[in-house]
Design a protein around this ligand. Structure first.
Ligand code: AMP
Length: 303
């Protein structure tokens, strides 16, 4: 089953305690699509400037990713500048230059409109709403966002959250969004706005998944080498949604959501091993399977 994603394609300038890079390829839709493409075909909606490398668009197209919905516009590509201190769980934004996103009004190619799974990646809530107006009865809709949009576009963000099934968000953002410090209470508050599931990304502490009375907690893989956490959240979402889309038409149960969470965690654990998409784009199916098995060994015990 295919998967539609809308989100940013970007140049990122990042400083972490382990190095610094200038204007490398990033963006929520870029990380998401590369991650999801290991599990399901992806249809991408985004906008880049003429300065965006054609090699990245070619790489995506060679990977099960339909880039028909990516507009190449006059102007500069979105640019995000940020840094991490030794607490790699918190990205500090220095600058957000929307550039070609300032007046982007996506028009979905006709071939995208019946896509059954939709991921509204981190981007302006008005653009997320625009996509929902153009798709025809998707089976599953999930959404991600970040503090930038919580602080600048809360009314539209609440409007779009009310229309989705799943919210995938990080722990700082759900606290800011709901005003609840406790994550279980925050998830319940968010679910009272409409979604039936909330997946909270907790950086090196893993993921907490809450739906009705079910909860599932997954650790992050304890890595010895972490260079740059940028993109981990979007890669998680890509693996998570990619697995759900790969289930096809059958009814999803709690175990599917758990396995989807583990696929997301496994793929995200590779992203942080290098700057930009370098590691994410070079995985094999064996790498992913081996990381899933390592996760199982990590948490297995008997009583
Ligand atoms: P994450 O997976 O949460 O680390 O997200 C990292 C990506 O989010 C980076 O590659 C940035 O280009 C992108 N990003 C940063 N700020 C924004 C924003 N306000 N809207 C959309 N994407 C953003």
């Amino acid at each position: 089953m295919s998967l539609l994603v809308v989100g940013s394609m970007a140049f990122d300038s990042i400083k972490s305690p382990f190095g610094e890079v200038e204007r490398v390829v990033g963006g929520s839709a870029t990380y998401f699509s590369l991650a999801a493409s290991y599990l399901s075909p992806v249809r991408m909606v985004s906008v880049v400037g003429r300065d965006f490398p054609k090699a990245t668009l070619d790489l995506l197209a060679s990977r099960n990713v339909d880039t028909q919905g990516v507009t190449v516009a006059e102007g500069d590509t979105f640019h995000w500048q940020g840094y991490y201190d030794f607490d790699l769980n918190t990205a500090h934004t220095v600058k957000t230059e929307l550039n070609v996103f300032s007046d982007f009004a996506p028009v979905l190619p006709e071939s995208y409109r019946d896509t059954p799974c939709v991921f509204l990646g981190n981007i302006a809530p008005s653009i997320q709403l625009d996509i929902l107006r153009q798709v025809r009865s998707p089976r599953l809709i999930a959404l991600d966002t970040m503090n930038y949009w919580i602080e600048s576009a809360l009314p539209e963000l609440k409007q779009v959250i009310a229309k989705v099934d799943i919210v995938v968000v990080n722990e700082g953002e759900i606290r800011e969004l709901t005003g609840e410090y406790n994550l279980v209470k925050a998830a319940r508050a968010l679910m009272s706005w409409g979604p039936s599931r909330v997946v909270i990304k907790r950086g090196e502490y893993g993921v907490l998944h809450v739906a009705g009375h079910h909860m599932f907690a997954a650790p992050a893989y304890p890595l010895e080498t972490i260079f740059d956490p940028t993109g981990a959240g979007d890669s998680f979402a890509g693996g998570f949604m990619g697995y759900l889309a790969s289930c096809g038409d059958r009814t999803l149960d709690e175990m599917d959501y758990r396995l989807a969470t583990m696929y997301g965690s496994a793929i995200a654990s590779f992203t942080v091993e290098a700057f930009s998409t370098a590691r994410l784009q070079s995985l094999s199916q064996e790498d992913i399977s081996a990381r899933l098995s390592a996760f199982r060994t990590l948490t297995e015990f008997t009583i």
